[in-house]
Design a protein around this ligand. Structure first.
Ligand code: GLV
Ligand code: GLV
Length: 310
């Protein structure tokens, strides 16, 4: 039976699918493997099921050996995968699009509500047992109706966020693709009351939100990031918040994940969540099962369901 190396815990439903295709080895470590551990773990594997914190590249393929046929990333983003290097070695790469669209859009919208309605601040106030009473000027946030949401990256998730925003009475603009509501990135920054990031991390989008972009945003605007941390220059974001250049930021992902820029941690105009975009029971199960089916297909000589083409 071919060896299938799974770099971290996955739901049982997915293990079952894999077990029909090979001998499944799941890393017992309750943490990301180091590069050396990952390479050692993958040695002799025909398939690697990897997580977004794993570097899945040519060195991994070389460590696995010539029997490696498929690398299945349990994520829609694949900035952690060196697709050309794997393709060069004849290794198929797959990701998990589609199944996490709604969960991620829900979380983006939840963060949008949390930052504009100051929910983190309110919760911290109660938990610190600070005396309070209802009054008309207490913890006032910013309404959404009639405001403009700027979506950077109108892919599946961006469109799902737009649908939610429409239901809340927001106007939607987006950058990056032509079509209704399409504007330049600069115009999007200047017009949006909330900027929500849904572009993949690529060399072109690294630090897309830098000091200049933050300065172009309205002073009352909010930034929401549920894609990948390095799309935002986190130090520049802390500077912009300190200078009052924008009103707040809600972040699910971090430039140096799992670390968070220390200046953001103490700020009340920041809402933070630990990369929970796809974190529902249903979605995580669907992601892992899709990754497992991709592995099973390739090992059986069939085409994968959701291949990342080089
Ligand atoms: C999660 O961040 C993913 O890319 O699936
Ligand atoms: C608010 O709680 C209201 O009743 O208006």
């Amino acid at each position: 039976m071919p060896k299938i190396a799974v770099t971290r815990w996955i739901p049982d439903e997915a293990v079952k699918v894999l077990a029909e295709a090979g001998d499944v080895a799941v890393s017992p470590a309750d943490r990301p493997l180091t590069t050396a551990e990952l390479h050692e773990f993958a040695a002799g594997a025909s398939a690697v099921v990897g997580m977004l914190h794993d570097r899945l590249d040519g060195a991994l393929a070389d460590a696995a050996g010539p029997g490696l046929k498929v690398v299945a990333n349990v994520a829609v983003g694949y900035d952690n995968v060196d697709v050309p290097a794997l393709a060069e070695r004849g290794v198929v790469v797959t990701n998990t699009p589609g199944v996490l669209t709604d969960a991620t859009a829900d979380l983006a919208f939840g963060l949008l509500l949390a930052i504009t309605r100051r929910l983190g601040e309110g919760e911290r106030l109660l938990r610190s047992r600070t005396p309070w009473s209802f009054h008309l000027g207490f913890l006032l946030g910013s309404g959404l109706q009639g405001k403009t949401l700027g979506i950077v990256g109108l892919g599946e998730i961006g469109r799902a966020v737009a649908k939610r925003a429409e239901a809340f009475g927001m106007s939607i603009i987006h950058s990056g693709r032509s079509g209704r509501g399409s504007v330049s990135f600069q115009e999007l920054l200047e017009r949006s009351d909330v900027v929500s990031l849904h572009c993949p991390l690529t060399p072109e989008t690294r630090h897309l939100i830098d000091a200049a972009a933050l300065r172009a945003m309205k002073p009352g605007a909010y930034l929401v990031n549920t894609t990948r941390g390095p799309v935002v220059d986190e130090a520049a974001l802390a500077d912009a918040l300190e200078a009052g250049e924008i009103a707040g930021a809600a972040l699910d992902v971090f430039e140096h994940e799992p670390d968070v820029e220390p200046r953001l941690l103490g700020r009340d105009d920041v809402v933070l969540s630990p990369h929970l975009g796809s974190a529902t029971v249903e979605t995580r199960t669907a992601m892992a099962v899709l990754a497992a089916r991709n592995v099973a297909a390739v090992l059986a000589g069939r085409p994968p369901l959701t291949e990342v083409k080089p």
